[in-house]
Design a protein around this ligand. Sequence first.
Ligand code: ZN
Length: 317
Amino acid sequence: MIKKLNCFWRFLSALLFLSVCVTAVAQSTKAEKTENAASQDEKIKVLLVDGQNNHGVWPKTSEMMRNYLLETKMFSVNIARTAPKGTDENFSPNFSDYDVVLSNYNGADWPETTQKNFEKFIEDGGGLVVVHAADNAFPEWHAYNLMIGVGGWGNRNAQSGPYLYFDDSNKLVRNDAEGQGGSHGPQHEFMMTCRAPEHPIMKGIPQAWLHAQDELYDRLRGPAQNIHVLATAYSDKEKNGTGRNEPMVMVIEHGNGRVFHTTLGHEVYSQECVGFITLLQRGTEWAATGKVTLPVPKDFPSKAKTSSRKFAVEDGK
Ligand code: ZN
């Protein structure tokens, strides 16, 4: 009898132990799932658009920018890619699934419905990040030109809107003179000047810093409405420039949407600049949320010296 009872208790305690284990495992799996779901939900959703660009390096720069955003742990990034040539009638991303669109696109017009959907997305409060040649795109698309503020090439001229720059006395000028929109001299390292130290994107960034080798876009022109120039660079006449302080970093309000626009980022080495990386990360956060919490890193370039991080990813892209 005692033996039987012992056996019963052993069986019962084994059963109890097993049920505790099963519950614990189930709970921990559930907790993990909830945690993952929460952290995914909390991330800022970025849609990177590309597929056509007069810069052959675009697949690599897209990969670089995707990685720069991912490394902050703040963003999730999906890519929407057009066909390599012409208007891609199937290009119709669901913009409203995202907080912010990052454009590395400079190519044929998007289908009209896609353009309308994109306009609605920004007007309703979506964010947009425009990098380098993305401001060459869509010269005829009026709403897009309102979003980017100023752009270049694509037969942009006085009808596109004024030239926008700071003159020698550091006054912001809108100049309606005739002439083409967009040009640049030979690539070089150049000094960046902060024009809005109190703006969330610029807070903590030095008053001046040396940017890595890049094209210095000048003579950009466009509607230039609701625009705030955050940083400029002097376009030296000795480098075929304008002798003006040209906008390099700017923000634009369009409807309820926020746009971060940088003309920097021509090549891999340009985008390896810590100044470029920092502005891209902070500008994307701002375009999505209106705030900036990402810090300015210790290796940010100084006035005396550029600072770059060699881009390398494990899959060798
Ligand atoms: Zn370029």
